[in-house]
Design a protein around this ligand. Structure first.
Ligand code: SAH
Ligand code: SF4
Ligand code: F3S
Length: 474
């Protein structure tokens, strides 16, 4: 049995994704305007930064990795939890130093926090020159001209139509093998804890043919894996204006899978209320649709799920898990959990632990509840679980998940998996890293002429709760 050592609580508290300076094959500085961008939050934000990069490159702006060379600094921000916003506020304090050195430096806040705080941001943080929400990136070139002339700029208009379908994202920090494709924007669910519907607006699905074209183009450029992104991919719905026929998520998955057997297809996030048997059968039918589903449960207790407005209960969720394992026995399932939602009792928290064991998650993102202004929960319920209890419940969730991940990984030892090589492992250029269909990263010694983007059969020889190590099988 695995006994994870008792870590300090701060380490147990799941990490907010830190801002990452994004770099990409930019042109050398040709004397034109340069910008520096950091992304925070979810994959959708990273994907949006690639759209922003594309819009800016059309305008002749080039990127720099060195903030001291920049004319513009952009933070693409996240509002999902209080800590995510604090991280951005702290980063702005650091950026103040650069602004003092270069008075012409302009600072732009983009993304979800920009949308949530709107023009208020300019009052609260005097160094900010520009505030742009997720649906207004096409307006960036005009807004940059505006701030360069000394004015402040704000555009937080939320659209019902914008999907940036025609914009070909400039791949940031790319390994040349894996890419994200945004298939929809916004969210129409009103989970009571969640700020996303307010920061990203109404749900809209992107034109099927523009998604196919993007995937095809990536494949032709040597990419071998695409991840289809949306807050709730299972509710993808696009009506073909010519035929009036409706394309759902299962149809979309199939279309992308059929492009080429060597193009792997992943997707995120699935919503337990919307994932259909049809989607599960489609995953099973195509070898290149990965056997991995991120299916956030949030809580294992039906009363809490109701308060969360998730619109499913424990039994429904268990039925989805049963169906997935029945149709795809080797499917890996991961989840998100929130500890200490309003009024949650110890017993109800126990239901989250027991559903985790039932689902045998391979991986999970775990958080304690953070009240967000303006959400249904903030309006209707008291945030009445103390921080100590939230952290204690979260640490129990994290400890259990470590054990489940370890048990999941142990089962892989001795198995042979088809792995897509993504690049050198972090530790050594003598080793490659790549993932199997179940989204498990495997590290293995290099051999012969294999390159990133190649598929290789790897036998797993050892496992920890975090990684698998293996050997190439000829
Ligand atoms: N669309 C996805 C989730 C997007 S947000 C879904 O429906 O599952 C990513 C995760 O952040 C959520 O799954 C949830 O677990 C967590 N989260 C969202 N709001 C939160 C809040 N107010 N406090 C703590 N965690 C939160
Ligand atoms: Fe937030 Fe719920 Fe939408 Fe996910 S489905 S983004 S948790 S409102
Ligand atoms: Fe954060 Fe916005 Fe994503 S709030 S999680 S960056 S959709």
């Amino acid at each position: 049995m695995y006994h994870p050592k008792e870590d300090h609580i701060d380490e147990l508290v799941a990490e907010e994704r830190q801002g990452e300076a994004l770099d990409y094959p930019s042109k050398q500085n040709t004397g034109g305007r340069q910008y520096y961008i950091e992304s925070y939050g979810c994959q959708m934000n990273f994907s949006d930064s690639e759209i922003i990069a594309s819009i800016l490159s059309q305008e002749g702006l080039s990127s720099t990795k060195d903030i001291s060379n920049a004319d513009f600094v952009f933070l693409n921000t996240c509002s999902i939890r209080e800590k995510a916003e604090e991280t951005v506020r702290n980063r702005l304090k650091e950026i103040q130093v650069y602004k003092k050195k270069n008075r012409d430096l302009k600072v732009g806040v983009l993304g979800c926090m920009a949308e949530r705080l709107k023009a208020k941001f300019l009052e609260e943080e005097k160094l900010v020159d520009l505030v742009v929400g997720p649906d207004a990136y096409r307006d960036l070139p005009a807004l940059l001209d505006q701030v360069e002339s000394g004015e402040k700029g704000v555009n937080v208009y939320l659209s019902r139509e914008e999907t940036y379908a025609d914009i070909s994202p400039l791949r940031l920090d790319s390994n040349g093998v894996c890419a994200f494709i945004s298939i929809m924007r916004g969210c129409d669910n009103m989970c009571s804890f969640c700020v996303v519907p307010f920061t990203r607006g109404r749900e809209r699905s992107r034109d099927l043919y523009s998604i196919i074209a993007e995937a095809k183009d990536l494949f032709e450029k040597g990419y071998r894996e695409v991840t289809l992104l949306g807050q709730n991919v299972d509710s993808y719905k696009w009506t073909n204006p010519e035929t009036n026929s409706i394309v759902n998520f299962a149809n979309l998955l199939e279309e992308i899978a059929l492009l080429h057997p060597d193009l792997r297809v992943r997707f995120s996030t699935s919503h337990p209320k919307d994932i259909t048997d049809d989607v599960i059968y489609t995953i099973a039918k195509y070898e290149n649709i990965c056997n991995y589903i991120h299916l956030p449960v949030q809580s294992g207790n039906s009363r809490i799920l109701k308060l969360m407005n998730r619109t499913y209960d424990r039994e429904w969720y268990i039925n989805r898990i049963d169906m997935i394992y029945k149709i795809i026995p080797d499917c890996a399932i991961s989840s998100d959990m929130i500890a200490g939602f309003c009024t949650e009792t110890d017993e109800e928290h126990g239901d989250t632990l027991s559903i985790m064991e039932y689902a045998k998650y391979s991986y999970a993102y775990m958080f304690f509840y953070s009240e967000r202004p303006g959400t249904l929960a903030a309006k209707k319920y008291k945030d009445d679980i103390s921080e100590d209890i939230k952290k204690q419940r979260l640490s129990e969730i994290i400890r259990l998940q470590r054990q489940l991940s370890y048990e999941h990984n142990l089962k892989d030892v001795g198995q042979i998996y088809k792995v897509l090589i993504e690049g050198n492992s972090k530790k050594s250029d003598q080793e490659y890293k790549g993932r199997n269909s179940q989204n498990k990263m495997i590290i293995f010694p290099k051999n012969g002429s294999l390159q990133p983007g190649d598929y290789v059969n790897v036998k797993v020889i050892a496992a920890s709760s975090a990684t698998l190590t293996g050997q190439i099988i000829e």
